[in-house]
Design a protein around this ligand. Structure first.
Ligand SMILES: [Zn+2]
Length: 171
């Protein structure tokens, strides 16, 4: 089996980046945390990184006692996204940085490896909250429409208030 040389892979990725990296083509990846009780969904912006760069995810229950290592871990409200920096460094140039400079926080904040939503389990809580409101639609349509509108606005405010990294960075 013949693998394309590294420079070809580099050029293909570079082309995607240059073309603006169609958002629809970006991948996401669900990862169960270290204790197995929670699931996070991770988004790889601009198609540079993939699941090989994710070493571990810790939820607030299993992040206790984990070292705060700024080099390979991103802390977000008790959750930790731990990256495999050996993999990340090989892609540093594609992200517009260098293997010496790249660190996990930067990768996260630039969206190369980040949560799909505002929080690690946004994809789950969003559905739970939405279906709660949808129950209203059966009894009170006007209240339902108002509740849906308020839900979106309040959600955003709540994430900022709770201190989620992506919500704060957006302000
Ligand atoms: Zn856990």
């Amino acid at each position: 089996m013949i693998f394309p040389p590294d420079n070809v892979k580099y050029l293909v990725k570079k082309m995607v980046l240059t073309l603006g990296g169609d958002q629809a083509m970006c991948q996401s990846y669900r990862k169960v945390c270290a204790c197995g009780q929670s699931v996070s969904e991770i988004f790889f912006g601009k198609m540079v990184l993939d699941e090989r760069c994710v070493a571990q995810v810790y939820c607030p229950k299993c992040s206790q006692g984990i070292d705060r290592d700024p080099e390979n871990r991103i802390w977000d409200n008790g959750w930790i996204l731990e990256l495999n920096m050996d993999v990340v460094r090989t892609q540093a140039h594609l992200m517009g940085t260098s293997p010496e400079e790249v660190n996990a926080s930067w990768v996260f904040d630039e969206g190369f490896a980040t949560w799909v939503g505002m929080t690690p389990d946004d994809f789950q809580t969003r559905e739970v909250e939405r279906s709660e409101i949808q129950k209203l639609a059966k009894t009170d349509l006007r209240a339902y429409i108002g509740a849906m509108r308020d839900w979106g606005l309040n959600r955003e405010k709540r994430f900022v208030h709770e201190g989620w990294r992506k919500a704060i960075a957006r302000r």
